[in-house]
Design a protein around this ligand. Structure first.
Ligand SMILES: Nc1ncnc2c1ncn2[C@@H]1O[C@H](COP(=O)(O)OP(=O)(O)OP(=O)(O)O)[C@@H](O)[C@H]1O
Ligand SMILES: [Mg+2]
Length: 315
């Protein structure tokens, strides 16, 4: 185990941002956002290109200063005590700069030295990371000669070199093929289990389902926040169910139905308050009214669908 400086008593919040704002001239890239990332969770920051994700991350890591508001990492104000904060942060920027004319191993070693590791501590750590991220057999290859996926793996290894407690990953799986993306998420889960907090941005909605909590950004603002399930429920205003029936029936009048979303002759998608509670009531009521229910089942809503709705509302 690597011996780096640790916070003996970390506050519950890994990241706390209040009214965080960044202006570039007159343009507001990040517009008064507030965020709370709990210790040990996997928090996803999502949003279209230009939403302000990277700018937010750069303020959290202290690369740039907020125009307004503040951000604290483990209770420490980043703008005031950046050096202190950096010990706890492992940062994998969106455009990670590896030294292309150094080998895989030399890259990790260099980043380790920059973090103040030396001697056998550094040596052991480099070996551990090479093994952990399946880079051992490529350790003598020049970073410039690596495939995209391997580069991302190396970038992750270097971000972890000083065993940080908060890992900030800006699109770590961009350009990575699906099997390796899955592997990356297994790594993230494992890191969470080790007690690390992860803040990750991604454009892949299927990945975002793996996050404990999410914030969706658009035009510098947070337009939705919560667990993936909460976000989906909020986007629709409830749960989605499907019914197919024979006979005469007005679906809008069934119990628990908040809206009728789509219909094709006798198939309806209904938004209900609570699928578990309302489906049996719907079936019963329909039968009382003399209709025959052929299908009544909850429908899986994708995050993508939920986000498209939120985006539509925020435009
Ligand atoms: N240094 C800068 N000077 C001027 N404008 C900037 C600067 N950095 C970012 N911006 C602008 O701020 C907005 C937010 O950019 P940012 O990189 O934070 O978005 P993002 O959500 O990370 O997008 P992507 O998904 O493409 O990475 C964009 O319109 C961008 O052009
Ligand atoms: Mg970005």
């Amino acid at each position: 185990m690597l011996k780096t400086q640790r916070l003996e008593e970390q506050p519950e919040l890994a990241v706390e941002a209040k009214n965080l704002t960044k202006r570039f001239g007159k343009f507001v890239a990040v517009d008064h956002i507030s965020l709370e990332i709990r210790r040990g969770e996997n928090f996803g920051l999502l949003g279209p290109n230009g939403a302000g994700k990277t700018t937010t991350i750069r303020m959290i890591t202290g690369v740039i200063k907020p125009s307004e508001g503040y951000v604290k990492v483990f209770g420490i104000d980043v703008a005031k005590e950046r050096k202190k904060v950096l010990k706890y942060i492992g940062y994998m920027p969106q455009k990670f700069s590896l030294y292309e004319d150094l080998t895989v191993e030399e890259n990790i070693r260099l980043y380790g030295r920059l973090q103040g590791l030396t001697g056998s501590l550094l040596k052991d750590r480099v070996k551990e990371l090479l093994e952990r991220f399946y880079l051992w057999e490529f350790r003598r290859r020049l970073a410039g000669k690596l495939s995209g996926g391997m580069k991302q793996r190396l970038a992750l290894a270097t971000a972890l070199v000083h065993d940080p407690t908060l890992l900030i990953l800006d699109e770590p799986t961009a350009g990575v093929d699906p099997p390796l993306r899955r592997k990356f998420w297994e790594h993230f889960r494992e890191l969470n289990r080790e007690g690390k907090t992860i803040l990750v941005t991604t454009h892949y909605m299927d990945e975002a389902e793996n996050c404990d909590r999410l914030a969706l950004m658009n035009r510098g603002r947070i337009i939705a926040e919560g667990t993936p399930r909460e976000i989906k429920r909020r986007a629709l205003g409830g749960d989605l169910v499907e019914i197919v029936f024979e006979g005469n029936l007005d679906p809008a009048a069934l119990p628990g139905v908040k809206s009728v979303m789509e219909d094709s002759s006798e198939r309806y998608l209904l938004v209900v308050e609570d699928a578990g509670r309302d489906l049996p009531r719907i079936v019963k009521k329909a039968e009382e009214l003399g209709a025959k229910i052929l299908v009544a089942s909850p429908v899986h809503v994708s995050l993508e669908e939920a986000f498209i709705r939120f985006m539509g509302e925020s435009e």
